[in-house]
Design a protein around this ligand. Structure first.
Ligand code: ZN
Length: 312
């Protein structure tokens, strides 16, 4: 979701009634499917007091294995590994636990901030650590940093052509609630031992996840005519690791079943590309909606101001 869209959408959506929203929710599929994916391995967000990357990775793989999610993909920023023994250990723990890795570029640039040639250089440079750590794995999957696929059709096409010529698949995203936005506040509130604020972080994280999962599914119905198997974007942060069992339970409560990324992306929707547009930024349903100039459903945005200021 593009941030600058939010204010406009909110003002437009005030006319929608609560009844309409309930009707929308009734139309959601009873048996949705989702693959969980994790960005920014091995260094995602700040660390809370007493944590390191090894501990986060150890806890994250334990929770994924407890949910029978071996084979889960994390997308790696290669420049964060070499020379950091803690990050190197986190990588080994992830892979030794039977998880998968894909590319997230060498230094995590936004495509619109660099040239196509610079971006492709980032992709090429990231192949050495992927091959080193993921030698027995299918690591030719790519997740665009910031879900930025370029500010022009020419850049969008050029990067995709490089990816497909080098046998990569794009790890698309259909569901994104910006889980990363809670992590640094979590570290600050833990440091202050502020139980009330920690409870608010917990509750607002789950509420926000619920809201944006609903939004993504409604966007799919608008963009594709029906819901499609989902890919949920998460980050390998301390807070998402902490919250993971409850997030999984909430998704199960909403009827979700879990599947592997390749299985989800075997759905025909993932073979489609959006019509040419002036900006490629957001989830896959966002791109299809933008290309057709479809208005977004109403939604409650993330509490970004409070997340920035809490426990400071
Ligand atoms: Zn990222």
């Amino acid at each position: 979701m593009k941030t600058f869209f939010l204010a406009t959408l909110l003002s437009l959506s005030l006319v929608a009634t609560a009844t309409a929203q309930t009707e929308e929710q009734k139309k959601l599929d009873a048996h949705p499917v989702v693959a969980l994916t994790f960005d920014d391995l091995p260094v995602a967000g700040n660390l809370p007091p007493g944590m390191n990357r090894t501990k986060v990775a150890t806890e994250l793989v334990a929770k994924l294995k407890a949910a029978h999610m071996e084979g889960t993909y994390a997308f790696v920023i290669g420049s964060k590994i070499a020379g950091d023994p803690d990050a190197e250990q986190a990588m080994r723990i992830w892979l030794d636990a039977g998880m998968n890795i894909g590319s997230h570029t060498w230094t995590h640039p936004s495509l619109r901030e660099v040239t196509t040639a610079e971006y492709i250089d980032e992709l090429e440079k990231n192949e050495a650590p992927l091959a080193q750590y993921g030698q027995l794995h299918d690591w030719r999957w790519f997740r665009y940093p910031y879900l930025d696929e370029g500010e022009t059709a020419a850049k969008y096409d050029a990067v995709r052509q490089w990816l497909f010529a080098h046998h990569y698949r794009v790890a698309e995203v259909t569901l994104d609630f910006e889980d990363w936005a809670w992590n640094n506040a979590y570290g600050r509130c833990l440091a202050k031992n502020d139980a009330a604020s920690l409870q608010w972080l917990h509750d607002s994280y789950l509420d926000n996840a619920k809201e944006f999962v609903r939004l993504g599914r409604e966007e799919e119905r608008l963009a594709f005519g029906h819901e499609i198997p989902n890919v949920l974007l998460l980050h390998a942060t301390a807070f998402t690791t902490h919250m993971l069992p409850e997030l999984i339970a909430q998704l199960q409560g909403e009827g979700f079943h879990f599947a592997a990324l390749a299985e989800v992306e075997s759905d025909p929707a993932y073979a489609q590309t959006p019509a040419k547009t002036e900006d490629y930024n957001g989830t896959m349903p966002d791109l299809f909606m933008d290309a057709r100039h479809l208005p977004y459903p109403k939604f409650t945005p993330q509490p970004k101001e409070k997340l920035e200021s809490i426990c400071k």
